[in-house]
Design a binder for this molecule. Structure first.
Ligand code: HEC
Ligand code: HEC
Ligand code: HEC
Length: 120
């Protein structure tokens, strides 16, 4: 067997192994996301009126900027839809309003409603 052939075969074997690993990662990923949500959290509406689509919170966009304890547990419990969030509370500087006040992040104005309340 030539060295070249052997190298070629080893290369093919490692490619197969990599592909198998990739599949493994794909199938184990959902288990992790239950612990640490990477994507968007869509809120259920608990209070207030129904004229606007419910808010979407991009968890990942925030997690790359802040430590978990910037929000958990003081501002939000680590449980999806555990709080009744209203615009009055946000405007009072609670929940999203801790940061979305025009200083740390964009504030609530009629131009920004649909950055949080994305129509879908
Ligand atoms: C920084 C993000 C953010 C912005 C900006 C924002 N909201 Fe909200 N809003 C929320 C969250 C979070 C909730 C709670 C979940 C839900 O009910 O959609 C909420 C709730 C609401 C509710 C239901 C509760 C209530 O207080 O009546 C309405 C109606 C609403 N928003 C309208 C608006 C309008 C109109 C604007 C623009 C003037 C706006 N929101 C801007 C995040 C935001
Ligand atoms: C900028 C604020 C913010 C930061 C930073 C943040 N989170 Fe969250 N997290 C939230 C909000 C808002 C919710 C939804 C709360 C609700 O629906 O009442 C949430 C929900 C969760 C949930 C519950 C998800 C579910 O499906 O029930 C977990 C777990 C969580 N966060 C973990 C983390 C971890 C781990 C970190 C740090 C790596 C982190 N969060 C950083 C705001 C934040
Ligand atoms: C600890 C501070 C903090 C809290 C709390 C927080 N945000 Fe943010 N958020 C930020 C910062 C900083 C940015 C990026 C700067 C900007 O866009 O003004 C941001 C950006 C966003 C964006 C734009 C994301 C993008 O794709 O550009 C949305 C939407 C948003 N936040 C929604 C929310 C909602 C809804 C809540 C409450 C459930 C919330 N945020 C709570 C700090 C915060």
């Amino acid at each position: 067997m030539s060295d070249e052939f052997r190298a070629e075969r080893a290369c093919r074997a490692s490619r197969l192994l990599l592909a198998a690993l990739g599949v493994l990662v794909l199938f184990t990923a959902p288990a992790n996301t239950a612990e640490q949500p990477l994507g968007d959290i869509t809120f259920d509406r608990k209070g207030g009126d129904n004229t606007t689509p419910t808010a979407i919170f991009p968890h990942w966009v925030h997690r790359i900027r802040f430590k978990c304890y910037a929000c958990h547990p003081a501002v939000f419990p680590m449980k999806r839809n555990s709080t009744e969030i209203t615009m009055d509370a946000i405007q009072d500087g609670k929940f999203c309003g801790v940061c979305h006040n025009g200083q740390v992040a964009f504030q609530v104005t009629f131009e920004t409603c649909n950055r949080c309340h994305r129509p879908r």
